[in-house]
Design a binder for this molecule. Structure first.
Ligand SMILES: [Zn+2]
Length: 318
């Protein structure tokens, strides 16, 4: 009897503790947020590989510390609908390696591999609906195996449509991971446009709104990557992502530069560094006010807001 009572009680206390921890944070929508960058989800853990177990643990750690998933496009639009006291975090996956999204085939039917990145994300979102469901996949439609659209050719279209239907985002990472700094304008534009054409062949009319630079290298003219036309396709990016650089400025901050968005590589050391950093510097952390129509900022920082802000958003000083 005692034990049966104890278990829910412990859960309740732990729940309150986590909630209290999150609620101690005062809203600051000028704080910074993390855009995490994953590559392979596979064994063993390596520089560019996170194991399924460690990826799952990352989600648990983020959740317990008051982080909630927001899509990159929503961040860019300033559409941050989170409970008060929580912090947005963006997940990105580069290079469409097989462990990110795998189907298991049994007797003609297919099911999501629970050990793949998307399988882990889906399971976690079902267990913790308030964590959110969001991630951007920077895919390579023309790369060699195993990086061509998650390496199950007959299921590539099904996967891209699944991502789009479930609210995940598909981003441009060029056709086959070209180092854009090495090529003339025509090649740069063709790499970007053809990647989009391939994505749209699978998901009609889908517009990748963001580009992640292969190797983090900009073309000689950044404008080539922002918008243009090549091979009969027109592209326009609202943000360009680098491969490093730390936490990103708030999208409401004057320091926010969507053409140079920094990311944090999701490896043990860097993740730990930034989680600790925000624990020790809570005033630098983006903390939601719980109202998607207002931007709450410390009064002393008001002049750090960028202008113009989306007209639908009202600024509140605290
Ligand atoms: Zn890459």
């Amino acid at each position: 009897m005692r034990y049966r009572l104890l278990a829910p009680l412990v859960g309740l206390v732990a729940g309150f503790a986590a909630l209290a921890g999150a609620q101690e944070l005062r809203p600051n929508e000028l704080g910074r947020f993390m855009i995490l960058e994953y590559h392979k989800i596979d064994h063993p853990e390596e520089r560019w590989t996170r194991t399924p177990e460690n990826f799952r643990r990352d989600l648990e750690t983020l959740y317990a510390r008051g982080y909630r998933l927001v899509s990159l496009n929503d961040m860019l639009d300033g559409r941050i609908a989170l409970p008060a006291g929580t912090t947005p975090v963006v997940l990105t996956f580069d290079d469409s390696s097989p462990g990110q999204f795998r189907y298991l085939e049994h007797n003609g039917s297919v099911e999501l591999d629970p050990q793949s990145g998307v399988g882990i994300l889906e399971a976690f979102a079902n267990e913790r609906p308030d964590f959110g469901r969001a991630a951007t996949f920077y895919v390579l439609p023309g790369a060699n195996r195993p990086n061509r659209l998650f390496d199950q050719p007959q299921l590539a279209g099904k996967k891209l449509r699944y991502l789009a239907d479930r609210g995940y985002e598909i981003g441009n990472h060029t056709l086959w991971h070209a180092n854009l700094g090495k090529y003339p304008e025509a090649t740069v534009r063709a790499q970007i446009a053809e990647a989009q054409t391939w994505i749209q062949r699978h998901v009609p009319n889908y517009r990748p709104r963001t580009l992640a630079l292969p190797h983090g290298v900009y073309p000689k003219e950044v404008a080539w990557a922002v918008e243009g036309e090549a091979k009969g396709s027109t592209y326009r990016h609202d943000a360009i992502l680098m491969v490093a650089g730390g936490a990103a400025p708030s999208p409401f901050s004057r320091r926010f530069d969507p053409i140079r968005l920094p990311r944090i590589q999701a490896v043990e050391r860097d993740l730990k560094y930034w989680l600790t950093y925000f624990d020790q510097n809570p005033s630098e952390r983006f903390v939601s006010d719980g109202d998607a129509t207002t931007i709450t900022v410390p009064a002393a920082l008001r002049d750090r807001l960028r202008t113009p802000l989306p007209s639908s958003l009202r600024v509140i000083e605290r």
